[in-house]
Structures are given as C-alpha cells and as structure tokens.
Design a protein around this ligand. Structure first.
Ligand SMILES: C[S@@+](CC[C@H](N)C(=O)[O-])C[C@H]1O[C@@H](n2cnc3c(N)ncnc32)[C@H](O)[C@@H]1O
Length: 303
C-alpha cells in the first residue's frame, strides 16, 4: 500500500508511549495511520482510539490498519469531542499531530496546495465554511484580522487589499489563483510567499486554534489519570498555546497574582511537564522529509 504521508518525529513518538502496557491511547489525528501503526506494533496490549475529521483519512487508515482492527475504535470526528466521549475509558496516552497531511496538501481538489484547482481547505468536508467563502465574502477588515492573527503576516493590510482588489475584478476560484496574487510578496528564501496567507485562511476555515484549545480543555476537565499527552504542532501560534496550557496544567497554586498568601489550597496541578524544551526533528529527518522541519512536540504527564 502506497502511503501518502511520512509521520514526523516517529522515534520520539514511539519512545514517548513505550512504557504504556495496557488501556487506550487516543490518536487524535490518525491521518494515514503512520503513528498509529507504529504504536500498535510496539505496544502489543494497548488499544487505540483513532480519530480524524477527514473521512478520506479515516477510510485510508481503516485499510492500512486492517490487521489491528480488533484493537481500534475509529472516530470520524473533531478531536475536541473525542476525549469527553471516552473519558471513562482507561486512557493512558493522547497523541495529536495537528496540521495538514501530505495527502491533503498534494490533492489538487482540496485547495490546501499552492497549485490547487479548488479554493476549499476544509479538513472536514461537511463543514459549511470553506476558503472560497472566506476569500470572496469576508470584509476587508475581517481578512486583515485573520491575516494578522492567524498568519502573523507583517503587511496584513496590504495582503487583504490585494485579495479585495482582485475579487472586485473577478471571483477568486482556486488556490492557484490566490497564491499567484502573492508571487511578489516578501518571504524568506525558499519559502512560497503565499505560505502565511494560506496558513491564516486554513486556520480560519478549520477553526484550528479553537479546536486545539477545546482539546486541551477537555483533557483538563476529564479527570484522566496516569496519562501521557504528546502534541506535535507546526507553527508558533499552536506551540504557544500548548506551552501555555501545559504550564497551567502543572501549576499548583492558581491564586491571582498579588495575593500575599495562597488561598486556593495549592493542589491544582494535574501533573508535570516532561519536555522543558520541545522535541524537534534532527537534520537527517528534515533532509528525508522537509515537511517535518517546523514540527515541535511537547509532552505532559497527567499524574
Ligand atoms: C499531520 S496529519 C496526521 C498524520 C498522522 N499522524 C500519520 O502518521 O499519518 C493531521 C491530520 O489531523 C487531522 N485533523 C486536524 N485537525 C483535526 C481536528 N480538529 N479533529 C480531527 N482531526 C483533525 C487532519 O485531517 C489530518 O488528517
């Protein structure tokens, strides 16, 4: 079976979960099953809950992981809903490898790639909001806000104007048409100048930061125990959220700053941060799989 996606930080993911001997691990983003397969292979008695909001990914993984089917529950759902659904199961691990898969990027019908014939970018095809709607119907002010907040585009006003000027002349129908508008936009060497524009639109369409925040909230309130959480992110907006929330998880005292004496009971920590610094790919991995270059994994252990 030809696999359309190379799992990132695979050895570190395997090591992270290597001590789990029973119970369940939730793979929040099963994608094309690379991480799941390695975990199923390594952790003989462990069962997996394999989630993805993309039906194409779920269907692919069902085939790829056929021989492990008695140990897997598949969930074609958003990961923010999965932890609360299974909170009474003995969940010993949670993995989320967030972002787009190579198949999503390379499929010209999905609109994630710079040369795509569509302007879609939905990971979940049943979502009502797509990139065509954002690009053609959002106000210039809303576009500016998205480009600033989700793309950290330095010249977000000019970028929004470029989109609005074009759509006044003709409807923007494809990602290829969108990326061409930015061919002369400033960018780092070797990076497509439309990269941050695409990132911003994709985050808006899939509510990616909201999803991550809701996943972490679900983890916090689900009263899990003895559970290792590993989150792989691909840009600083996500990594910042993970870093901040893991710090909150670890905090024992939650009194407002300025209190002279602790009044909260000083017992609010749910566990400890395992990675003071995120785990990043080696040069060798980046050479083999350039798409891994911006990945960062942070790990937290719930006590
Ligand atoms: C980077 S790929 C995962 C690849 C996978 N680890 C592998 O080894 O093949 C990310 C996957 O996460 C899915 N995804 C992203 N956000 C999601 C969410 N909020 N809920 C469910 N799935 C999500 C995407 O559809 C995509 O298939």
């Amino acid at each position: 079976m030809k696999v359309p996606h190379i799992p990132v930080l695979l050895d570190s993911v395997k090591e992270t979960f290597s001590n789990i001997k029973d119970g369940y691990i939730v793979d929040c983003t099963v994608g094309y099953g690379g991480h799941s397969e390695a975990i199923l292979d390594q952790n003989g008695n462990v069962k997996l809950i394999c989630c993805d909001q993309d039906k194409v990914a779920i269907d692919f993984s069902k085939k790829r992981l056929e021989k492990y089917k008695d140990r897997i529950i598949f969930e074609n759902a958003k990961f923010s809903s999965v932890i609360s659904k299974y909170k009474d199961f003995p969940i010993r691990g949670i993995l989320a490898d967030i972002g787009v898969s190579s198949l999503q990027l390379d499929d010209k019908d999905r609109g994630f790639g710079f040369d795509s014939d569509m302007l879609d970018m939905r990971m979940d095809k049943t979502n009502s909001l797509d990139a065509h709607e954002v690009i053609n119907n959002y106000t210039q002010e809303d576009l500016q806000e998205i480009l600033r907040d989700f793309g950290e585009v330095r010249d977000f006003k000019r970028a929004a104007k470029i989109i609005c000027d074009e759509r006044e002349k003709r409807e923007i129908r494809s990602s290829a048409q969108l990326s061409k508008l930015f061919k002369n936009f400033p960018s780092k060497k070797g990076i497509n100048p439309a990269t941050l524009i695409f990132q911003a639109i994709r985050i808006e369409v899939n509510d990616e930061l909201g999803e991550l925040a809701r996943l972490l909230k679900a983890v916090q309130i689900s009263k899990l125990s003895d559970c290792t959480i590993a989150i792989i992110s691909f840009h600083s907006l996500e990594d910042r959220i993970v870093k901040r929330v893991f710090k909150e998880f670890a905090k024992s005292c939650i009194c407002p700053p300025g209190f002279m004496k602790c009044e909260c009971g000083n017992n609010h920590s749910i566990g400890k941060i395992i990675t003071k610094k995120p785990i990043i790919p080696t040069k060798k991995e980046i050479n083999l799989n350039p798409r891994s270059r911006s990945s960062k994994m942070r790990i937290f252990k719930i006590k």
